[in-house]
Design a protein around this ligand. Sequence first.
Ligand code: HEC
Ligand code: HEC
Length: 340
Amino acid sequence: MWHVTLVVFWPRGAVSMSHTILQRYATRTTTIRIHFKRTILQRGRLIYSSESLSHSLIAHLRRKVCSSALILVSLVFLGPQLAIAEPSLERGTYLVRGPSGCGNCHTPMGPDGFVNEMELAGRLVEDLPVFTAIAPNLTPAGPIAAWSDTELARSIREGIRPDGTVLGPPMPIILYRGLSDDDLMSIVMYLRQLEPVDNDPGTSTYRIELPPAYGPPVGGVASMPQGVNVEYGEYLANAVAHCMECHTTQGEQGPMFDTHLGAGGLEFQGPWGRSVASNITPVGIAQYTDDQLSAMIQQGVRPDGRKMLPPMPYYFFSNMTDDDVDAVILYLRQLPPKGG
Ligand code: HEC
Ligand code: HEC
């Protein structure tokens, strides 16, 4: 698999034309990704990946691109890499119903667990002295229907709504800031095609002060190549599945990622009583085999057969691929041991 990066400058208005020309070369094994920056001249980065992208095709592309009044600044040929995906509904479905488990907070619950006919239609998540958190209706019958895709994406990754207000906890914004552009847009694609469900769960009340923002504007996040390796495991455990949001010891300012990553201790109260997020650094998990760990993550069952307590999203993690679970385990095993 090869990647070709074409860096081009083009005047506004020529974008769709160039896109059409380039689209003609997009075969099933070739993907196009375009990042825009808002400058007078928009700068675009087109990444081609193909098993068989030949030099003659690249030369041809270069001629085509130049001949359509675009200024080609550079043509960079990168070495072999893993597949880079483009946003897709398939990926969005996998993320939302699998590792991201958005429904763990946003799907209403009944006596028998999640009410799947009301997928992502919103519910009360936590009623604590410091806040009453209500996860809004994310179906096209909810408020997000009026937002553009870019606005919706920004609210998920940066926690800022189109009206400028900031989302509060426990929506795991700090970690979602690491979601790649492609995965974020895949999630947006999934939300857009949900069945509209009329449900008004109400609005949250925060009796704490929310930050003005969760950080500077994110800009863009490159795709993380998938694979059974520590890097992809880190991406999954943080940006995608927010394992580390629950499993990192909380300080005054939220999870202490710098000093207590994965050391556990966060308490949850609910109809199930009280549960405490475990230490998932080697201090806590060295005793378990990989199979035991994946049974705990995906089935919520301990090695002695005991069922584990909410709110860990086992129900959603059961949809994770074995490879993705393995990558997460590789990542956990190499974490610095904390809190022994
Ligand atoms: C741990 C619980 C939790 C998880 C997991 C979670 N959310 Fe949320 N989400 C919330 C809460 C609570 C709010 C409301 C925050 C507020 O009122 O300020 C919210 C707000 C939102 C909003 C703003 C909607 C509006 O109308 O204001 C969007 C969009 C959203 N979430 C999307 C997602 C997506 C997509 C995922 C999965 C990738 C996700 N959330 C995962 C709890 C969660
Ligand atoms: C919403 C919070 C939450 C999220 C997200 C979460 N967990 Fe957990 N996790 C918990 C809680 C709470 C427990 C303790 C359950 C119990 O006591 O039965 C737990 C237990 C565990 C355990 C058992 C360890 C032991 O020694 O008891 C493992 C392993 C684990 N989590 C891994 C993960 C991984 C990996 C992810 C992400 C893919 C994840 N968790 C995401 C809350 C969470």
